[in-house]
Ligand binder design. Structure first.
Ligand code: F6P
Length: 500
């Protein structure tokens, strides 16, 4: 029998055995549900997936055509049906159809040549990189540079996304216009915030005495004609394929600030790390396949246990931007109400992704996780090797806190005083990375991409479009062009109050 969630009763009506009881009932639990891939230990043992549920979800995945859809993804089939395109981000890391891999390699060679030229000071003595872009054209590169570039002294890299002028102004205070490379990252090359920010950077350069600011501009885009029309010299336009989605684009020329700031070798290592995860996703059996098991966990808590959110805590400062990167990846991909064929979905789609860094979050939001009334599956992401040279005590304390939180959520603690009691049986997943190298980060991010894809397949939705973001943009434009008459009283009053 299929439930309103669209899930079979083998999943919906599975016994709700507690986590501590599951560890007793399944002596092989840890060896089945904690496994290593690409230097990352994926530990799903503190979730409620038991052998029966894994089998039931594997059957569901077979019924929903996961293997065929995965093959279609890597083959470059038109899997983004609503936009009539393929989704070829894996081709950027050498995993795709021979034609798309060759095209990606060609475009990467072009990027590398420009990086070599910049390093040889062909564009003058550049020491500051000002990357303007938003959403997928900013979150990925910003995460890479923040995570891996802490000791890099090659260039100062700033990523500005917000149209709020305060964001640019802050960068202007420390950057020298004559030594700044403006990098405009926009797949469409039409995004209002990015184009406005780019124009303001050009004005700042002019005011700062740069004779020809356009000579210090690079464009990263799938619309090269628009970039050229805007004024970027063709030799400094780094295209990427239309079939690479914005939130999946850090592997393409959108990763330019990382490739320049961290060095080409690091960028290539990151691509190779992601390729290793692609191979794992394609070849590993479903019950030992990290993105697949992670998606089973996501679907179980969201559809069966009613979890509205999932929380990700990076127990490593270098990964502090991971939660916001994942918010776009997961919520823009799977926050939908209709399936790929246009019919309504059967149950909830993407949970709300949120999170922060440990140990800070322990002193702010963990109260609710331990004692609140809402179920929040938690994901801990930690790194064995520290990212600093301070006394080892810091890192040991960080990791012990991380592991203690997972244990506490699961075990709970009885107390006669209800205010001091912990119910326990709260699930968590832990991802423990051996070292935060470019290859490991590439593998980690590819894992999240594939997990998002498997979730979409199980839900029957297309993760590669994002029509939900359009209406707000349209209305903002029409306020500027048509005025406010057609809007409601509240919106009119707000505009009147702000602008008079
Ligand atoms: O508004 C959403 C969105 O289209 C994202 O999907 C995308 O990553 C972002 O805007 C930026 O778009 P672009 O790269 O075309 O400027």
């Amino acid at each position: 029998m299929t439930e309103p969630t669209g899930l079979p009763s083998a999943i919906v009506d599975a016994p709700r055995t507690s986590l501590t009881e599951l560890f007793k009932q399944e002596p092989d639990r840890l060896s089945r549900l904690a496994f290593e891939e690409s230097g990352i230990l994926f530990d799903f043992a503190k979730t409620h997936l038991d052998a029966g549920l894994v089998k039931a979800f594997a059957d569901l995945a077979a019924q929903r055509g996961l293997v065929a859809k995965r093959d279609a993804l890597f083959a470059g089939a038109t899997i983004n049906v609503t936009e009539g395109r393929a989704a070829e981000h894996s081709a950027e890391r050498g995993q795709g159809s021979p034609e798309s891999v060759a095209r990606a390699r060609g475009l990467q060679a072009r990027m590398r040549a420009l990086i070599d030229a910049i390093e040889a000071e062909a564009l003058g003595p550049i020491s500051h990189i000002l990357h303007v872009g938003i959403g997928g054209s900013a979150l990925g590169p910003e995460l890479l540079v923040d995570a891996l570039g802490r000791d890099a002294d090659r260039y100062d890299v700033a990523v500005v996304s917000n149209v709020d002028g305060a964001a640019l102004e802050e960068v202007f205070q420390s950057f020298d216009p004559a030594a700044t490379l403006l990098v405009i990252a926009s797949k469409t090359f039409t995004t209002t915030e990015t184009m406005m920010n780019a124009r303001s950077v050009l004005s700042w350069m002019e005011e700062g005495g740069v004779d020809d600011p356009y000579a210090q501009v690079v464009a990263l885009t799938a619309s090269p004609d628009k970039a050229i029309e805007w004024g970027v010299d063709e030799t400094r336009v780094l295209p990427f394929s239309e079939s690479v989605g914005g939130r999946y684009s850090l592997w393409s020329s959108i990763g330019f600030p990382a490739a320049l700031g961290l060095g080409w070798d690091a960028f290539e290592d990151m691509l190779e790390g992601a390729a290793a995860m692609d191979r794992h996703f394609r070849l590993a059996p479903l019950e030992k396949n990290a993105p697949v098991i992670a998606a089973f966990v996501d679907q179980y808590y969201s559809a069966v246990r009613g979890a509205e959110t999932r929380a990700v805590f990076a127990y490593d400062e270098r990964l502090r931007l991971l939660p916001s990167y994942l918010q776009q990846l997961e919520m823009e991909s799977n926050g939908k109400s209709v399936k790929a064929d246009g019919s309504p979905v059967d149950g909830p789609t993407a949970a709300i992704t949120w999170g922060g860094v440990g140990t800070d979050a322990q002193h702010a939001v963990f109260q609710l996780l331990h004692q609140g009334t809402r179920l929040v599956p938690v994901e801990f992401v930690a790194v064995s090797e520290p990212g600093h040279a301070l006394d080892d005590g810091h890192h040991r304390a960080l990791l012990i806190n991380c592991f203690a939180q997972g244990a506490a959520l699961m075990a709970g603690k009885a107390n006669d005083d209800p205010a001091r009691a912990y119910a326990g049986d709260r699930p968590s997943t832990t991802l423990l990375i051996d070292q935060l190298t470019p290859a490991r980060l590439g593998a980690l991010l590819a894992f999240y991409e594939h997990r998002t894809f498997v979730n979409a397949v199980l839900l029957g939705i297309n993760p590669f479009d994002q029509f939900g973001v359009e209406l707000g943009k349209e209305i903002a434009k029409s306020i500027e062009s048509e005025g406010t008459d057609r809007f409601d009283a509240s919106t009119r009053a707000l505009i009147q109050r702000a602008f008079g």
